[in-house]
Design a protein around this ligand. Sequence first.
Ligand code: FMN
Length: 209
Amino acid sequence: MKILHIAASPKSQDANAWWLAQRIIARLADGHVAVELTVRDLHATPVAHIDAEYADALAAPAEPEEQPSAGSSRALSEQLINEVEAADCLVIGTPMHNYTVPSSLKAWIDHVVRVRRTFSITPNGKVGLLRDRPVYVGVVAGGGLNGARARQPDFLRPYLKVALATIGLHDLRFFTMERLASGAQAVLAERERVMATLGPCDFFLKKIS
Ligand SMILES: Cc1cc2nc3c(=O)[nH]c(=O)nc-3n(C[C@H](O)[C@H](O)[C@H](O)COP(=O)(O)O)c2cc1C
């Protein structure tokens, strides 16, 4: 089983988002003899903002004939899409930044959601071209995310659903850790809650098969 971990926190391995993603990955890996994990740490190896050549290529009516130059957004886009295509499932660990995804994750999305490559434009709208596969998303936030005490808008989950559905990934499953800004006790309590509620591993295996 091949798992692609997308890590979107500036704190990389020290992040709560990393911890949550690791818990999910541990569950996914449980019972699998051969697990191949690819980590795309968006802060250890930042994905740059898209360049002009890429923006022009996406706005053009057809694909440019010339090959992308080394180090260009078009070349990186191909690499990032290949990583998604090779994976049986994705695990995204992300903090909420200003009610939505961090800019690092947005830069990754801009390289992966690509017309004529990962989606087509049809008379009925955009149609995803990638094979659907489970996407487990660990979302962490300083404030509330769920229920009546979530006194902030959440553009992260609805946005990610739409962006990934565009390329054919419709099977998103969210896990959250919230109110972490309340202090170390809050972080510990959320970690314990996650450990208790992640569920039996065969739930995850069902989603993969
Ligand atoms: C630039 C920035 C913006 C943030 N915006 C929000 C926000 O809109 N809502 C929220 O609940 N927390 C927000 N936070 C707090 C983080 O989501 C919180 O600290 C989280 O636990 C960080 O997770 P990490 O350890 O994985 O980086 C923000 C933090 C930063 C650095």
